[in-house]
Design a protein around this ligand. Sequence first.
Ligand SMILES: [Zn+2]
Length: 104
Amino acid sequence: SSCYQALFLGACEEPHWKLTWKSWAPLRVKFFMWLALQDRCWTAERLAIHGLPHEPACALCDQEDETMQHLMAGCSFSHQVWYDVLAWDRFPTDLPTGDTDFLT
Ligand SMILES: [Zn+2]
């Protein structure tokens, strides 16, 4: 047990791990959220950082650069998805905007 605990010494705990990994969502959704929270999804912004070919505009709305923040909170397409999900769940909150952190 102490050896197992020693593996985690100095490790940083992801503050929203419970929201990601203890939810009822399918594993593929949990994995996507884990990648999104670390900004590790292959968006155009990330492809550009790695020097890989990409289209800079968002593939969903073609109005802004494709970043994780835009896809999750700023895109007009994602607004519609959030609206539908929150309405279905009757979750009383405001829709995310491009100015707020998508995790919020
Ligand atoms: Zn968009």
